[in-house]
Design a protein around this ligand. Sequence first.
Ligand code: ADP
Ligand code: MG
Length: 477
Amino acid sequence: MKGVFVSEMDPKQDLIFKVLDTLKTKVSELNYNNWFKASHWSYDSDTLVKIQVPNKFIRDWIQENYLEIIKFEFFKTTGMEHEIVFKIGGPVSPISQEIPLLSTRTSLIPALSSPLAVSPVTSTSTTLASTKTFSSDSNINPRYTFGNYVVGNSNQFVNAACQAVATHPAKNYNPLFIYGGVGLGKTHLLNAICLEVLKTNPHWKVRLVTGEQFTNEVINSIRYQKTYELRQKYRNNCDIFLIDDVQFIAGKERTMEEFFHTFNALYELRKQIVLTSDKLPKDIPDLEERVRSRFSWGLMADIQSPDLETRVAILKKKAEEDHIPLSDEVAHLIASRVKSNVRDLEGTLIRVNAFASLSSVPVSLELVTDALRKTLSFQPSLSIEQVQQMVADHFQLKIADLKSPRRHKNLAVPRQIAMYLCKKHIHASYPEIGEKFGGKDHTTVIHAFQKITGCVDQDLSLRSNIEHLEKMISHHH
Ligand code: ADP
Ligand code: MG
């Protein structure tokens, strides 16, 4: 397993090795070397695997091309659905020097073989080195500061609220509840608060978790009879408590209960609490009333999508940070096309730069348009029904045929393709997909995904069908 780093102390490393071994047989050696070799895999909790990668290109690439396969292999090996998180760490050097870059799957092969020799992440020590200045959570991302958060009309208020909380914790706004859509900077702001707080109070116990991590911690504490430790950590041994994507705890009874008591304890002790969510408290389903009401005790601040000028400013800032040359014209073009979400804005910038440096042509209108199409194809706005419709149209079938239990090959293959596309492009869960295909069992969906993944490289007609459908999916956005 030369090259891929797996924590030595990780008791589950065998499992990881197994998965990596299978992956090796599923992707070409070149791709394996390019994308996996410099990564570092470890278990964060029972079903949460952290993959540490040297930069965001590798993260994006793995995420977009291999995430489902990785999850699937963990599922196959352990029988449990795993979550995969990425952490960017290790030696980070300016993007423009590091990455040659990729436009499509095919052009990557010759281009990447040597220049992608990114120095490997040296085991767990790197993670420790980059975060050891913090006495608190290693969750904190040192790149998300107030300094590189661009402020415009859409986020002026929330930014001011966060600054106030960071400089005067638990004075005026407790809790601070931030809500807004995906990719608008909620996580960025939470980290900025942590970093700012630690500047003035380096010894503070800053507890920054996602709703999902908190849920996992609660589950594990029950399972391993460590509830006392958990309470110590969050109630007594905590100076500021931040939960990102807190909507995740809705519907999880024990987690909501633990949160409720933690909230009360910290509130009593006058400790700052900051929460983010993709919705307003009143719009979060399955939330206990007593929890919902606490969400709204303090200040609520929303983040809107940035306006054009702010989008341009954000692009320029990112370009400067990453040493990417960016003309005003191109910045405007990108900003006028990508409207909703700052993450997509960043993704587009990276792709445009990638395209340009790979083909060594100047950034043109077509180049930007092409890059835009790629970025947008990963937006999860597509529904399972829409994919079913596309597949049905393509094979001149009815949606009912895809949902039916009939196993004739003329139906079964399109059905499997549709399931595969739903998993890959919508990231729906196996049971959910099964449900939408006429109430099929999740194992049927897993089988379909596995089968198509396994055949797509060899079977030319299958591949051309899938490529055609994927093109339609990307045009859809
Ligand atoms: P959310 O948590 O709301 O989904 P993130 O905080 O993860 O969004 O933001 C997505 C990306 O966009 C991050 O890389 C973040 O740094 C960047 N970003 C969002 N808003 C801004 C902004 N106003 N200025 C600079 N970068 C931003
Ligand atoms: Mg977030």
